[in-house]
Design a protein around this ligand. Structure first.
Ligand SMILES: NC(=O)c1ccc[n+]([C@@H]2O[C@H](COP(=O)([O-])OP(=O)(O)OC[C@H]3O[C@@H](n4cnc5c(N)ncnc54)[C@H](OP(=O)(O)O)[C@@H]3O)[C@@H](O)[C@H]2O)c1
Length: 210
């Protein structure tokens, strides 16, 4: 199975690539700064490009069985960056017959199954205040995937930590089964990789925490 990874240079992305290769998957890693990927492996293809570069995005998606995206806003931004990139990814997937996409989401993306939680409500308000445009961007990503017609899964994470791998996560919805606002990057990556061979969360946006 070949996985096209977006956000490949990040803390989650780097771990994801290493773990996927260790499990025998082939990886096409998309990166604007490929020198950040300190991994050399016969099953690793690196495609260099920016998020506005539709042809390069298509090059990474073509030939993949699954797209896994763990990119997202890291600070203030003055325009939409990620939602247009997701439009390009979805377009490329449809063109090349790639059906499955598993993407990072956050509490900012609402889901009908969420309950009320003061912790997550506060998190959304604070993050929304700090990265206003990023907030709109990530919400739009949710809408794009839901309307895509693809086999999508949005894995919505609270705060990410570098904590140790516990080997299990709580899966549910924010304020409805998931109350703890942290998950380790290690357990998040494990959960993402589990979705490669599972249909359980197709068309769903579960939340996870430790
Ligand atoms: N930190 C948290 O607690 C938390 C909580 C929930 C969700 N998130 C989201 O989770 C994502 C992944 O987490 P992480 O720890 O792996 O973050 P990270 O280490 O900061 O990695 C972010 C990734 O997104 C890419 N990216 C960011 N802005 C970009 C742009 N304008 N164009 C192209 N690529 C861009 C980065 O590429 P470059 O290496 O080229 O910059 C990198 O690959 C974050 O982006 C954030 O949105 C974080």
């Amino acid at each position: 199975m070949r996985i096209a990874v977006f956000g490949a240079t990040g803390r989650v992305g780097t771990r994801l690539i290493k773990e996927a290769l260790a499990r025998g998957y082939s990886v096409a890693a998309y990166a604007r700064s490929p020198q950040k990927i300190a991994v050399v492996h016969p099953k690793l293809l690196i495609v260099q490009g920016g998020l506005e570069d539709k042809d390069k995005i298509e090059e990474a998606v073509k030939g993949a069985d699954v797209v896994v995206s763990v990119m997202g806003p890291v600070g203030r931004q003055d325009k939409l960056i990620f939602s247009p990139a997701y439009e390009s990814i979805v377009q490329a997937m449809k063109k090349h017959g790639v059906k499955r996409i598993i993407a990072l989401g956050t509490p900012t993306i609402p889901d009908d199954n969420d309950g009320f939680s003061l912790i997550f409500w506060s998190l959304i308000v604070v993050v929304g205040f700090i990265i206003r445009k990023g907030h709109e961007d990530i919400r739009t990503v949710g809408t794009i995937l839901r309307k895509s017609g693809l086999d999508w899964t949005l894995v919505r994470v609270p705060l990410l930590t570098n904590g140790r791998k516990r080997g299990r996560v709580t899966v549910g919805y924010f304020g409805n089964g998931v109350e703890w606002p942290w998950v380790s990057r290690a357990d998040f990556v494990d959960f993402l990789l589990e979705q490669l061979t599972s249909n359980t969360y197709i068309g769903k946006a579960p939340a996870i925490s430790n």
